[in-house]
Design a protein around this ligand. Structure first.
Ligand SMILES: Cc1cc2nc3c(=O)[nH]c(=O)nc-3n(C[C@H](O)[C@H](O)[C@H](O)COP(=O)(O)O)c2cc1C
Length: 343
């Protein structure tokens, strides 16, 4: 239904509009009695071999929804009906911000890719907290992906991350520190050794002062040099954060078939990112002798892509762009392929 009906219709619309319309349709559908049952039959995969116990959390399966799809926590309840093992909301910032001017999301169908320069558009952490307080008990694992406001200088970035961490602490199961979006000027500079160590040390100190600390992960860019990746391994091991999400979108467009000169700046996701992100996972895994827990994300559009990331060293995977191109059935197809496999 997605491939032959919904996708052709949605691809006639501007990509951001289509995104919001899809969510609206999903929410409306779920109001119809019986739809939840149908969705369960269509999209859920329940099998004990898919369970993962990581960071003290029980993941019903290893396939998650990547950050950026539900930035404001408006649809995780609905998305939970599509078979995901966990959902990451955000990136959220302390204050609401509009993000960049539209259009800011572009499809590259020839490449199975997206380019976005959303710029952390979000309603701010207070609004997100209110929505999470009304969370229906779906039992789904929720990650909170946190960032800084565009107007906050990097010297004060720690404050922004701490504000988001404290506000979300009672409501999410794990945290992701996003320092890798290419769409907030200067943000990626926070991936350098000194500012990153400072940021993660502050967050870990606050976390460890809680009666039950939560897993904190770092989301990195796929464009880091090997030297920078070596630093990441050091920092993760010394600050003892729970793991890494590899990777965010890339600024490298060298592999593209589509001419993107009229699109302008933005992060590239989907198929052209696939190998790049897998190589980052493989490198981190090898450098750390398998001691760093990695969530693999980037260009997964079929079960084989997910398996490649798990074989490279990821313990969980996330999808976003691949779902836009292939539909929500992607989650089930990956899970089915993972049944009774020892990844
Ligand atoms: C429209 C869009 C918005 C995104 N927003 C965020 C975000 O707010 N925070 C974040 O950490 N990653 C964000 N991402 C990156 C994704 O979470 C993911 O890391 C990236 O798209 C690679 O996965 P994919 O190839 O499966 O899409 C966004 C991606 C897209 C396409």
């Amino acid at each position: 239904m997605y491939k032959y009906l919904l996708k052709p219709l949605m691809f006639l619309l501007d990509a951001e509009r289509a995104h919001h319309l899809t969510i609206l349709l999903l929410k409306l559908l779920l109001f119809i009695p019986g739809t939840k049952w149908v969705f369960k039959k269509l999209y859920a995969t329940n099998h004990p071999s898919l369970h993962r116990h990581i960071w003290g959390l029980d993941f019903p399966n290893p396939v998650g929804l990547a950050a950026g799809f539900d930035k404001d926590g408006t649809c995780f309840d609905a998305m939970a009906h599509l078979g995901f093992g966990f959902i990451e909301i955000g990136t959220v910032t302390p204050k609401p911000q509009a993000g960049n001017d539209t259009p800011r999301l572009f499809r590259l169908p020839q490449d199975g890719a997206l380019i976005n320069r959303m710029g952390f558009n979000n309603d701010g952490v207070e609004a997100l907290v209110k929505r999470l307080q009304n969370r229906k008990n779906t039992g789904i694992i929720i990650g909170g992906n946190i960032g800084k406001n565009k107007t906050t200088p990097n010297e004060h970035a720690v404050d922004d991350y701490l504000i988001c961490f404290e506000a979300l602490y009672p409501y999410v199961d794990y945290f992701v520190v996003n320092v890798s979006s290419p769409n907030t000027p200067g943000l990626r500079e926070l991936q350098e050794k000194e500012p990153l160590t400072k940021l993660l040390t502050s967050l870990m100190a606050t976390n460890n002062a809680k009666s039950s600390p939560k897993p904190i992960l770092l989301k990195i860019a796929p464009d880091l040099t090997l030297g920078q990746l070596d630093d990441i391994v050091d920092i993760v091991l010394t600050t003892q954060i729970a793991g890494v999400i590899a990777t965010n979108t890339t600024i490298d467009r060298s592999e593209l078939r589509t001419d993107t000169s009229s699109i302008g700046m933005g992060g590239l996701s989907g198929r052209p990112l696939q190998n790049k992100s897998t190589e980052v996972i493989r490198y981190l895994n090898k450098k750390s002798n398998g001691t760093i827990k990695i969530i693999g994300v980037g260009g997964i559009e079929c079960p084989e892509d997910a398996i490649e990331k798990l074989e490279a060293g990821a313990c969980l995977v996330q999808v976003y762009s691949g779902m836009v191109y292939t539909g929500p059935g992607l989650v089930k197809s990956i899970n089915k392929a993972l049944i009774n496999k020892a990844y």
